[in-house]
Design a binder for this molecule. Structure first.
Ligand code: ADP
Ligand code: MG
Length: 243
């Protein structure tokens, strides 16, 4: 579903991604872990072209993007094929939970309001928030807001959902409800890439773990192998620090 070849990103003199190769199969969940500043968010943002890669090739299903030839059409196609769930939910404050989802369907999928509201309701149900449909974000807990953001991403039915530390902004008691929703999504074989510091969760939800440091993938392996027998010293140190 996703194939990344030799992806580089520079911010002026700062060489942030130094040749990333990564593939993600359809229906697979990949967790990206690694220290702060290692380029995890930049990698996700390059996949949906929120950032322009400096070099490399990105394949999203049948869409092929060469960093040196990014057209407006490719950019729009990349956006249409991906959905992002951010640390800070990014809901519209002046729209209710159901309207937040419907609005995305109306603007991205060009649906009519009635059809969009129907699908929005269905996806709110999937994250257990059917009874919060008409609440505004300020009337929802952080965990509930993030569940609305996840429902919105799912409703768009993208080729891949990109999660950037979806539980990092939450109070500890709200983390599990969001992780549980993501676990349920993974069971439905939605293709996902999740940047997370929750190693236990990563181990249990992801098919593959990718460890990044200083703009490179240091090690990637199946979740069980990765934690049971890390091959690299840097990986071992990182895991030990967290567990
Ligand atoms: P991580 O998500 O792993 O913490 P980031 O991808 O956010 O790492 O950042 C990697 C590096 O890229 C950092 O040095 C950061 O300062 C730099 N960086 C990220 N975004 C930008 C930007 N928009 N402009 C300039 N530098 C950036
Ligand atoms: Mg980040």
């Amino acid at each position: 579903m996703i194939e990344i070849k030799n992806l580089h990103k520079h911010f002026k003199k700062n060489h942030v991604l130094k040749g990333i190769d990564l593939s993600v199969k359809e229906g697979e969940t990949v967790a990206i872990i690694g220290p702060s500043g290692s380029g995890k968010s930049t990698l996700l943002r390059c996949i949906n072209l929120l950032e322009t890669p400096s070099d490399g090739i990105l394949k999203l299903d049948d869409l092929v993007i060469d960093a040196h030839h990014i057209t407006k059409e490719k950019l729009l196609a990349a956006r249409r094929n991906t959905a992002m769930v951010f640390q800070n939910y990014n809901l519209f404050a002046n729209k209710t939970a159901i309207e937040n989802i419907a609005e995305a369907l109306i603007t991205v999928k060009k649906m009519n309001k009635k059809g969009a509201m129907k699908i929005a309701e269905e996806f709110l149900g999937k994250v257990g928030l059917e009874n919060r449909a008409h609440h505004y974000p300020y009337g929802l807990s952080g965990g509930q807001q993030q569940r609305v953001a996840i429902a919105r991403a799912l409703a768009l039915n993208p080729k891949v959902i990109l999660f950037d530390e979806p539980t990092s902004a939450l109070d500890p008691e709200l983390v599990q409800e969001v992780l549980q929703v993501i676990r349920n999504v993974a069971k439905e074989k939605v293709t996902m890439i999740i940047v997370t510091h929750e190693l236990e969760f990563a181990k249990d939800v992801a098919h593959k773990i990718v460890f990044m440091d200083e703009g490179l993938i240091v090690e990637q392996n199946s979740a069980s192998e990765f934690f049971a027998s890390p091959r690299e010293e840097r990986t071992r140190k990182f895991i030990d620090h967290f567990i």
